[in-house]
Design a binder for this molecule. Structure first.
Ligand code: NAG
Ligand code: NAG
Ligand code: NAG
Ligand code: NAG
Length: 460
């Protein structure tokens, strides 16, 4: 019986027992099958990884940025042409305006040519990749023929079965969901997923400042609805003393700041300047961790004055209560300011909470005050960032260089915590140093190793 089993398992081989001299017994193993072409599999693997590096979200974003650039340039050209028409008296002014328009036209032609070549490049890439993928598929089918014991084939069948089973389970969950308490219900529904990156740009100072934050004011002054702000840690990767404004997304991408910098103080750092990247702009005021204090600072952009708001006794500050992942902690991320549909929040930790996340509402007012506070059971050292959405706190963790996971939520309306959110962020750079939600355009804004990236939030 045993012998039968062994022979069955080694069917492709033939065993020959040879009569050998003395007591030793020698078995000769002959492989009747073709040898598996390992080298071929290696090249297929190489080609796959080449294929993957060729196609990145960056390629799509190149186009988007160029289009945004054009979008900004064309109205300007139109404006200049109408000025020329008004001034065309054949005199000096007309000649000057013509010169300006010629320069504009040259710039625009350059943009168009770049757009053209980028598009052509993408077309070629698409055709080439399609061919490559077809080639790879054929190669893999060829290699599968070596699977004479049908191991891979049954694994494949198992995978399909498992997927069907999961789908079945998920369907059941969907059916039972309405009996659960709604989690962070806003007028626009419940947070389900994100898409993107939508916009990704190196901005005006490519690669210069690793840490920073950017976004839009959810409660802007009239006429500044399309403005964007950027704060970069310009000193030691940890301090800043100004906020830089842009009158549109395209001007931020092409790096033309009309309104320029609004200074908090001429020195950096100084009392009440910015410490750490997780800042937000709300109602024409910047909220941030004050330099060397366990306090939130509010810088009024109109009056250029700062008011401070002390946080509770035992609040960790000066890089003692940071966001972290296994490889590193992000310096000076003790305080995370956030905005959502309901206003401004501050997320931090204290010694009394043993390093777990604490969340407080910040009430506008003169001076600003601390509203209700919630204590969570989530240890801040295992979290890379947080944001607020519809009164719900969400936390992220580092998965790998490409992926960050929104894994946790805390609903301030019910006190319910969840650890199974499972929404993934496709990153453009390994580390997200600032993450905030803007309720005006329902977008997540991240600042990641000097790149500014945004994601659209999907509601169900
Ligand atoms: C891998 O790619 C190279 C170059 O594109 C091609 O010549 C080769 O046939 C490919 N090999 C496999 C096994 O697909
Ligand atoms: C785009 O590029 C192609 C190939 O280089 C060229 O033939 C075509 O004229 C270009 N179109 C524009 C609008 O520049
Ligand atoms: C979120 O969207 C991504 C990409 O569109 C998709 O792969 C993923 O399954 C979605 N996740 C959830 C939780 O719906
Ligand atoms: C900023 O100062 C102006 C003028 O005093 C005031 O009207 C406005 O409410 C202040 N903004 C904030 C957010 O405190």
């Amino acid at each position: 019986m045993k012998l039968y089993v062994i022979l069955f398992l080694y069917a492709p081989f033939t065993l020959t027992k040879q009569a050998a001299p003395r007591d030793s017994c020698v078995c000769e193993l002959t492989n009747s099958e073709q040898e598996f072409p390992h080298a071929k599999l290696d090249t297929v693997e190489d080609n796959v990884s080449k294929c993957i590096t060729n196609i990145t979200p960056k390629k799509v974003l190149e186009l988007e940025s160029l289009l945004l650039g054009l979008e900004r340039r064309l109205p300007q050209l139109q404006e200049d042409v109408s000025i020329l028409e008004r001034e065309n008296d054949g005199e000096l002014y007309g000649v000057l305006s013509l010169q300006v328009i010629e320069n504009e036209m040259t710039d625009i032609m350059e943009l168009i040519q770049k757009l053209n070549s980028t598009m052509l490049g993408h077309q070629h890439l698409t055709t080439r990749t399609t061919q490559q993928v077809e080639g790879l598929k054929a190669e893999m089918e060829e290699l599968e023929k070596y699977d004479s014991t049908q191991v891979v084939k049954s694994q494949k069948a198992n995978r399909i079965l498992k997927r069907d089973l999961d789908e079945c389970k998920n369907k059941n969950q969907l059916i039972t969901q309405p009996t659960n308490h709604p989690h962070g219900q806003c007028s626009h529904g419940q947070f389900v997923n994100i898409t993107g990156p939508r916009v990704s740009t190196a901005g005006e100072y490519p690669g210069s400042y690793k840490y920073g934050a950017w976004g839009r004011d959810p409660k802007p002054q009239a006429g500044k609805e399309s403005w964007f702000w950027v704060v970069m840690m310009t000193s030691n990767n940890r301090h800043s003393n100004y906020v830089r404004l842009y009158s549109s997304l395209s001007s931020l991408i092409v790096g033309v700041s009309g309104p320029g910098n609004i200074m908090i103080h001429s020195s950096n750092p100084a009392t009440n300047t910015i410490q750490g990247p997780n800042v937000v702009l709300y109602g024409e005021a910047l909220y941030y961790n004050c330099y060397n204090q366990d306090a939130v600072c509010r810088f009024n952009l109109t009056t250029k004055t700062v008011t401070t708001l002390r946080l509770p006794e035992g609040t960790r500050f000066n890089s003692k209560g940071n966001f972290c992942h296994l490889e590193e902690c992000y310096p000076f991320t003790d305080l995370d300011l956030a905005t959502d549909e309901t206003g401004i929040w501050v997320i931090y930790t204290t010694t009394k909470d043993f390093g777990n996340l604490v969340l407080s509402k910040v009430l506008e007012g003169q001076p600003p005050t601390l509203g209700h506070t919630w204590h969570t059971s989530l240890y801040k050292g295992g979290v890379t960032n947080t944001f607020m959405l519809c009164g719900v706190l969400y936390a992220t963790r580092y998965v790998d260089k490409q992926i960050e996971e929104i894994f946790y939520s805390f609903d301030t309306a019910t006190g319910v915590e969840r650890f199974n959110i499972g929404v993934f962020i496709n990153k453009m750079a390994p580390n997200i140093y600032a993450l905030n939600y803007s309720p005006v355009d329902q977008t997540l804004y991240t600042y990641s190793d000097s790149m500014m990236i945004s994601y659209k939030v999907l509601f169900g």
